[in-house]
Design a protein around this ligand. Structure first.
Ligand code: CA
Ligand code: CA
Length: 225
């Protein structure tokens, strides 16, 4: 049996006069003030936190810049070591074909290197055709080296050569190489501090290293170490 709702019960939508009056009670006013205070405190903390984050980011950045420099240097050293092996492989292919070493002028320290002259021998311009004067060093016009992007020295004293990956204000420098000219299967270590130590190889190549100086061996990058 259903009981009709008494007409005296207040509806949910219409607040009682007592509840309406309590909106402006001192207790609720205090609670509103607290909310405003908390809101303003949160804004202040956000600013402080932002500053802290900026400082931490600054410190991290300051730590990362030298680390990034170190990583970049290691990458270039690895590149130089790989390129020194490319020089060795190119020379070996040449020798296999012609049964001798190419006749290239000295580049530095009494050694020949990957100068423009060397690159022209190892990477002849085969588009010039048969009427062009052929280099007697590579009269068969065989390509022993493919010059990839960034290998060629763009400017400076050694322009056109196959440069190591280390940039310098006077331009990059070529690799040097030493050959087993007496055919005993060994090359004398070109580092004078190694006391004439023999390296078991037909040809070795090295880069002047990040300092661009062939004589400072501590940073030179070699094909045999
Ligand atoms: Ca030898
Ligand atoms: Ca050096």
């Amino acid at each position: 049996m259903k009981h009709p709702l008494p007409s005296s019960l207040p509806l949910a939508s219409s607040a009682s006069p007592r509840l309406r009056a309590s909106h402006s009670s001192p207790r609720l006013r205090l609670s509103a003030s607290l909310r405003e205070f908390r809101a303003s405190s949160t804004a202040a903390f956000t600013l402080v936190e932002l500053l802290v984050v900026i400082v931490i980011l600054g410190i991290l950045l300051a730590m990362m810049v030298p680390a990034a420099g170190m990583i970049l240097k290691r990458v270039k050293v690895a590149q130089a070591r790989s390129d020194a092996q490319v020089v060795v492989a190119t020379m070996s292919k040449y020798r296999l074909e012609y049964n001798r070493w190419p006749d290239v002028k000295e580049v530095a320290e009494g050694y020949a290197g990957t100068s423009k002259e060397w690159v022209d021998i190892m990477n002849p311009d085969i588009t010039t055709g048969t009427s062009a004067k052929r280099d007697p060093n590579n009269f068969r016009q065989l390509r022993f080296l493919e010059m990839g992007k960034g290998m060629r020295i763009e400017s400076g004293t050694h322009e056109g050569g196959f440069g190591d990956p280390f940039p310098h204000k006077d331009g990059r420098v070529p690799f040097l190489y030493a050959i087993d000219d007496d055919g005993d299967g060994h090359v004398k270590n070109p580092d004078p501090d190694k006391g004439g130590e023999l390296i078991r190889a037909d040809v070795v190549a090295w880069s002047a290293g990040p300092d661009g100086d062939y004589r400072s061996w501590e940073d030179n990058v070699t094909s045999w170490e």
